[in-house]
Write a protein that binds this ligand. Structure first.
Ligand code: CP
Length: 333
């Protein structure tokens, strides 16, 4: 796994994987997201940037945060949003994914935001569509690029604030030498795969910790160190990224019991006390309180989950804007 094959701008392109970005593309999207964060603080939280564009929101798998924040982001940019209610669509009559997206493109849409249970579905849709851009909103256990971007933006802001500065214009500097510990059901986690690509592009040191059965097959080729002593790893981590046990992908059958998983790999109150000064906890949500994270730790100020959700809107504004723009439009932001 490597994200070094590309160093291109995201302007005018699909966003299928963090590997499409390269370090320059990663820096670009964080800066544009930071600029759109300013729109969020205005009394009128709307700009005309994508007026006349139509964005289709296609979620073939459940979502709260990603779907609502993409749709909010599109509306903040003055785009029109078509939201397909999959459960009451012709998908239920047997219409294929290809026919569904080609039908929607024939209505004159400019972008598709796609979540699908099958890894690679957004890549396949990008090949089928003629003009519309595709943004991956999570494909199976493969990738969730905008979630990783949210995590990096949030961590960059918190580190700048701890230094009494602004994160705007800081590029990827705050990640150099940062120690990131990813804990939990890494095997089934698309967030973890995108995080590993993004944090490694940014220069962070990544460690992963999970029950042996929940380590991903092939992770020895990832740019990570596998660690087994969670308590020791927590003492040195700057960022601890917790992951949910994914019941919908059968995670429970990979451990003897959820109780044992929590005892061995959960962020309990005792483990939260091991964190060093300034360390933070991220979680992509949804959290399952009492399993991967104790309820009191979820509400601890060191846990950035609410701030991650808030950053979802500007990050997705940036992804839509860059994907649907030309270079000259981006220079004016
Ligand atoms: N983090 C995330 O993707 O959450 P949702 O499944 O609610 O979109």
């Amino acid at each position: 796994m490597s994200a070094e094959q590309s160093s291109e701008s995201m302007v005018g392109r699909h966003l299928l994987s963090i590997a499409d970005l390269g370090a320059e593309g990663l820096r670009e999207i964080l800066e544009v997201a930071e600029a759109f964060g300013e729109v969020e603080r205005r009394s009128v939280r709307k700009v005309p940037t994508l007026k006349g564009k139509v964005i289709a929101s296609l979620f073939f798998e459940e979502s709260t945060r990603t779907r609502l924040s993409f749709e909010t982001a599109a509306k903040r940019l003055s785009a029109d949003v078509l939201s397909l209610a999959v459960a009451s669509s012709s998908v239920k009559k047997g219409e294929s994914l290809r026919d569904t997206v080609e039908t929607i493109e024939a209505m004159g849409i400019d972008a598709v935001v796609l979540r699908h249970r099958s890894a690679g579905a957004p890549h396949q849709v990008a090949r089928w569509l003629t003009n519309a851009r595709v943004i991956n909103a999570g494909d199976g256990s493969h990738e969730h690029p905008t979630q990783a971007l949210i995590d990096l933006l949030t961590v960059r802001q918190v580190r700048a604030e701890a230094d009494g500065t602004s994160s705007e214009g800081t590029g990827l500097r705050s990640f150099e030498g940062l120690e990131v510990l990813i804990v939990g059901d890494i095997r089934h986690s698309r967030v973890a795969r995108s995080q590993v690509l993004a944090y490694s592009l940014a220069g962070a040191r990544i460690r992963i910790c999970a029950p042996g059965t929940l380590l991903p097959i092939g992770c020895e080729t990832w740019p990570v160190e596998v660690v087994h002593d969670l308590d020791a790893a927590l003492r040195t981590a700057d960022v601890v990224s917790l992951l949910r046990m994914q019941e919908e992908r059968g995670s429970g059958s990979f451990v003897p019991s959820l109780h044992e998983f929590t005892a061995t790999f959960g962020m309990t109150e005792r483990r939260a006390r091991l964190l060093k000064q300034g360390a933070v906890i991220t979680h992509p949500g949804p959290m399952v309180r009492g399993v991967e994270i104790a309820s009191s730790v979820a509400d601890d100020p060191r846990c950035l989950v609410r701030r991650q959700v808030s950053n979802g809107v500007p990050v997705r504004m940036a992804a839509l804007f860059l994907s649907l723009s030309s270079s000259s439009a981006v220079r004016d932001v």
